[in-house]
Structure formats: C-alpha cells, structure tokens
Design a protein around this ligand. Structure first.
Ligand SMILES: C[S@@+](CC[C@H](N)C(=O)[O-])C[C@H]1O[C@@H](n2cnc3c(N)ncnc32)[C@H](O)[C@@H]1O
Length: 241
C-alpha cells in the first residue's frame, strides 16, 4: 500500500540533499535533535546506522520503496549497525566483511535477523560469487569497505556492472562533496608509503560508474551532522523518474 502510494509520486532529488537544511530549528538546538530522541528500541530501529545518522536511513527507505528495491548489499559489515537497518527495511540483505573478527562479531550481533546473509572475505571476490545469483533483482549496493591498504571501491563497482548494469543503485560512503569543506571524507595513500593520496569522490569513481550504467544521475546526501560523512547516490536513468 505505502509502496504503491510512493511509486505514484514523482521523485525530484536535489543534487545535494542536505538534512541540516531541512529544519534549521533542529540544527540550532542539538538537544532536541530528533535522532537522539528515539525510544529505547533505537538500536533495533537502526539508530546507529549510517554513522549515527538515521535520517539518512529514512532517505534510503524512501528511495527503495520508490524504486521497488527489496535487496541490499553492503560491503564492510563492521559492527552491523547499518546491516541491521537494511534488515528492517529490505527483504534480503547480503553483507561482506574481510576481517574475521568483525565477520564473527557481526554474525553474533545480528543473529536475531533471519534475512541477513553474512560473507567472510574480500568484497570483490564475494561479489563475483553472489551477484550472479541475484541477477533478476534490483539492488541497492552500499559500498563501505575500506581502512586497509587495498581499497576495493573501484573493483566493486566494476564487478557490479558485470551483472547489474543499469539494474541497481550504487551508494558510496565517505565521499567528498564539492564546495563543502565542512563535510569530512576519506582519502587513501595511492600506494603504501606514498605521499600521494586518492580522494573518495565522484571524480575518482567516475570511469567505473560510467561502465556500470549506460546513463545515471547522482546526488550527494549530507546528514544533519556533516562530520558523519556524506553518501554519493547513483541512480540509473533507465529507472523511471
Ligand atoms: C567503515 S567500516 C563499515 C561500517 C559499516 N558499513 C556500518 O555502516 O556500520 C569498514 C569495514 O570494511 C571492512 N573491509 C575493509 N576492506 C574490506 C574488503 N576488501 N572487503 C570487505 N570488507 C572490507 C573493514 O574490516 C571494516 O569492518
């Protein structure tokens, strides 16, 4: 029902969706920040998802209903906070973790959730294995695997494009937002020991995104607290608007 209602409306997203701009009163009065006032069930509700920015979760819930996506893939499980949010809002969730410790911890923390599939390994290798089994499905791919010398982002996008060209939304976490020095983002040494850095930005991912879609529009989603990092959201042109 909700699904049908949402699908009927047209979706017009700004190039930069900044949650702090939506209600200046909330921004000025952090004690009343609604995200801190969720009930004691807040953990189950996904309060800690997206670096403690549940408002970003609401956005993903909306676009997944709008575009009728019921399957989410996450690279980088860590402690499973965002995985939990996905589990509550998607029928099926696949989450991939390279660290054995985090993989086991994630499984334990999320053992109450039957729709979450955990995978241990390097995201590109696991994607190669699972994406062909999800070929008929529209996906939301949340790419958040990093912190090691090898940063798999470009390989992940390439892998997704092999099976889901124009058939998924790609979300990249920790991205640089043009013109916004207040928004923190990630950068990585080009090679171990090198003084050259690669910035997590649209420009960095562009060539791989160009291969994974025949056309797309992209948006930046900035949480109420910009220190909690922005997301780049890439949507195929082929999907209705
Ligand atoms: C920023 S954390 C993920 C946070 C999580 N998505 C969340 O929203 O709570 C990054 C995780 O990616 C994992 N990671 C790093 N490189 C990876 C790779 N190549 N494949 C899969 N996971 C990787 C790290 O071990 C770490 O747990």
């Amino acid at each position: 029902m909700i699904n049908n209602e949402i699908s009927k409306n047209s979706l017009t997203l700004p190039h930069i969706l900044d949650f702090a701009q939506l209600d200046p009163k909330i921004q000025k009065n952090p004690e009343n920040h609604w995200t801190w006032n969720l009930s004691s069930l807040s953990y189950q509700m996904g309060r800690f998802a997206f670096n403690n920015s549940p408002e970003v979760g609401l956005f993903f819930r909306y676009i997944s209903l709008y575009y009728q996506i019921d399957t989410a893939i996450e690279t980088g499980t860590f402690e499973g906070s965002t995985t939990r949010f996905f589990a509550m809002n998607f029928n099926e969730v696949h989450t991939i973790e390279l660290s054995e410790h985090r993989f086991k911890q994630g499984k334990e923390l999320l053992k109450d959730l039957t729709n979450v599939h955990h995978y241990f390994g390097n995201s590109q290798d696991v994607l190669k294995h699972i994406l062909p089994t999800l070929k008929q499905k529209r996906l939301l791919c949340y790419l958040d695997a990093h912190w090691n010398d090898y940063w798999p982002l470009l390989d992940e996008i390439e892998e997704i494009g092999q099976t889901h060209k124009d058939h998924c939304i790609i979300v990249i976490d920790d991205v640089k937002v043009p013109g916004r020095k207040d928004v923190f983002y990630d950068s990585y040494r080009k090679q171990s020991g090198s003084d050259e850095y690669l910035e997590c930005s649209y420009e960095f991912a562009k060539s791989k995104l160009d291969g994974a879609f025949s056309g797309y529009h992209y948006h930046y989603v900035v949480p109420q607290n910009p220190e909690m990092r922005a997301k780049l959201v890439v949507i195929p042109h082929k999907w209705k608007d």
